[in-house]
Write a protein that binds this ligand. Structure first.
Ligand SMILES: C[S@@+](CC[C@H](N)C(=O)[O-])C[C@H]1O[C@@H](n2cnc3c(N)ncnc32)[C@H](O)[C@@H]1O
Ligand SMILES: [Zn+2]
Length: 408
C-alpha cells in the first residue's frame, strides 16, 4: 500500500475509509448509480470484504463508463472506479502538483493502455480549466466526481458543461461551518441560499448543496435530480449524487423556502409566491420573530427510492451488506429507502426537542415510531441524526404522543 505523506491526506487507507464511491450500473440503463463510500466508512479495514464485482452492465447495454475525478487527491477513488467499477476510462486530475507521484503510483496498479484503449490519464491543473477544456473538445463524461475541501459551488457550472446528458455529478462538500446557520451571507454567496439556524441544519446543508446545483443547472437549461444524499459528521461531509438532464424543474417545484417556528416548533415549506405573506398560525398570522425562514433550497426528496433499492440489491449481490461483512451498509441504505417515502416532509424532529416541549424525559425512539405508525402517520428514522424522526405528524401531536407515552 502506498502512503501519501501529506498532512491533508495521511495515507491511502484513511482515504479509502473516508471518501470512496464505486460506480455501479443498472441492468437496464447506461449508468445508474454509485454505491457510496459509507460501505467502507463503516467497515474496519481488516474485516473489509472485497468481492470481485459483477461487470458493469452499462457497458454491456449502451456504452462506456468514462469518469472524470476533477479533484482526485491521491487518486485512490480513481483506482476504485477503475478496479471495482471497471470504468473504461478515468481522467484523474488534481491541482496540487505534489500529488503527481502518488496519483501515478496508485493508478499504475492498472495497466494504463494507450490510444483508444487508454484506461486512465493524469493531469495536474485547476479543475475548472480541465472541465472547460473537455467541454471545448466535446470530450464528455458519464460521471464527474467533485470532491472538494470546502465549497463545491465554483466547480458546478463547468462540471455540467463537461457531463454527458443523463450523466451523474457526484459532489462532496465539507463546508460544515457554512451550514451551521450563523453565516447566512456566506451561504448566500456560495449557494444562493440564506440559511438561518434551525433544528435540522445538517439536512439543510444537503438541501443547500442540491439547491445550489439546481440553480446553476437551470442557467444552462439543465434539470438535476438527487439520486441519494448523504451526511456524515466526520468532516462534516455533505455528499450528493445528482442526475443531470436537459429541461427545467416544473414551476420551481422542490426549490423554495423552509420555515421553522421557534415558538410552536412547526415546520412549513413556502413557495416563491408566498414571499411577503409568511407567518405562523401560532402568532395569529402576524409577523413573528419566532418564525425563521431559510432559502431558496431544495425542498424535494433527498433520495430516489428506486435507485437506493437498486443500490441495496447490488450491495447484497456483491456481499457488501449483511452480517457477513460486519458493515452497517444495508442499515444505512434501508434507512435511506425509508427516508425517501414521498409522504415525509423535509427536516426531522429531534426527540429531545419534543421531550423538552412536553416537559418529560426523552422517550425511546422505538416507542415514538410505533405510536406514530399506529396513529397512521408516515415516519422514519433519519440517517443524519440518530435520535430524530422524520414524520408528517405535526409537532403538537408529537408532543401529545410523548406526554401519553410518559404517563404509561
Ligand atoms: C478532499 S481532497 C480529494 C480527495 C479524493 N477524492 C480522495 O478520495 O482521495 C481535495 C483535493 O482537491 C484538490 N484541489 C483543490 N482545489 C483544486 C482545484 N481548483 N482544482 C483541482 N484540484 C483542486 C486538492 O489538492 C485536494 O487534493
Ligand atoms: Zn408557530
Amino acid at each position: 500500500m502506498i502512503t501519501l505523506n501529506s498532512p491533508s491526506q495521511p495515507n491511502i487507507q484513511t482515504s479509502i475509509q473516508r471518501q470512496l464511491s464505486i460506480p455501479i450500473a443498472n441492468r437496464s440503463s447506461r449508468l445508474r448509480g454509485v454505491l457510496n463510500s459509507t460501505t467502507a466508512d463503516l467497515l474496519p479495514p481488516r474485516k473489509r470484504h472485497r468481492p470481485r464485482p459483477r461487470r458493469a452492465h452499462c457497458r454491456a447495454s449502451k456504452g462506456k463508463l468514462r469518469v472524470l475525478a476533477a479533484l482526485c487527491g491521491c487518486g485512490i477513488r480513481s483506482v476504485r472506479y477503475l478496479v471495482e467499477a471497471e470504468a473504461d476510462f478515468v481522467f484523474a486530475n488534481d491541482a496540487n502538483d505534489e500529488n503527481r507521484k502518488v496519483i501515478t503510483e496508485n493508478l499504475s496498479q492498472v495497466e494504463s493502455g494507450s490510444g483508444d484503449e487508454a484506461r486512465w490519464a493524469v493531469s495536474l491543473t485547476d479543475a475548472n480549466r480541465v472541465m472547460t477544456e473537455c467541454y471545448l473538445k466535446r470530450d464528455f463524461f458519464d460521471l464527474i466526481d467533485i470532491d472538494s475541501f470546502g465549497s463545491v459551488s465554483s466547480f458546478l457550472r463547468s462540471s455540467f458543461n463537461a457531463l454527458k446528458l443523463n450523466g451523474l455529478l457526484y459532489v462532496t462538500s465539507t463546508d460544515g461551518l457554512w451550514s451551521d446557520g450563523h453565516r447566512p451571507q456566506q451561504t448566500l454567496a456560495a449557494y444562493g441560499a440564506y440559511v438561518q439556524p434551525m433544528p435540522y441544519l445538517n439536512e439543510l446543508g444537503l438541501r443547500m448543496l442540491i439547491g445550489g446545483a439546481v440553480r446553476e443547472a437551470s442557467v444552462l437549461g439543465y434539470r438535476v435530480t438527487p439520486l441519494f444524499s448523504y451526511y456524515s459528521y466526520h468532516g462534516p461531509i455533505f455528499r450528493v449524487m445528482l442526475q443531470v438532464n436537459r429541461g427545467k424543474l416544473p414551476d420551481n417545484k422542490h426549490y423554495g423556502f423552509i420555515g421553522y417556528c421557534n415558538s410552536c416548533g412547526s415546520c412549513k415549506e413556502y413557495s416563491w409566491v408566498e414571499l411577503g405573506r409568511i407567518s405562523c398560525p401560532c402568532s395569529d398570522s402576524k409577523v413573528s420573530k419566532a418564525l425563521v425562514v431559510s432559502g431558496p433550497l431544495w425542498t424535494g426528496p433527498l433520495h430516489d427510492t428506486a435507485y437506493i433499492t437498486e443500490m441495496l440489491s447490488l450491495a447484497e449481490e456483491w456481499g457488501w451488506a449483511g452480517s457477513v461483512t460486519g458493515t452497517d451498509l444495508d442499515k444505512l441504505l434501508n434507512q435511506m429507502v425509508a427516508e425517501s417515502d414521498p409522504k415525509l416532509p423535509f427536516g426531522y424532529i429531534k426527540l429531545d426537542e419534543v421531550a423538552s416541549r412536553a416537559k418529560v424525559n426523552s422517550p425511546t425512539l422505538r416507542a415514538v415510531v410505533s405510536t406514530l405508525q399506529e396513529e397512521g402517520y408516515a415516519v422514519s428514522r433519519s440517517h443524519i441524526e440518530s435520535n430524530a424522526i422524520k414524520t408528517n405528524c405535526p409537532m403538537e401531536d408529537c408532543v401529545r404522543i410523548v406526554e401519553q407515552l410518559h404517563q404509561r
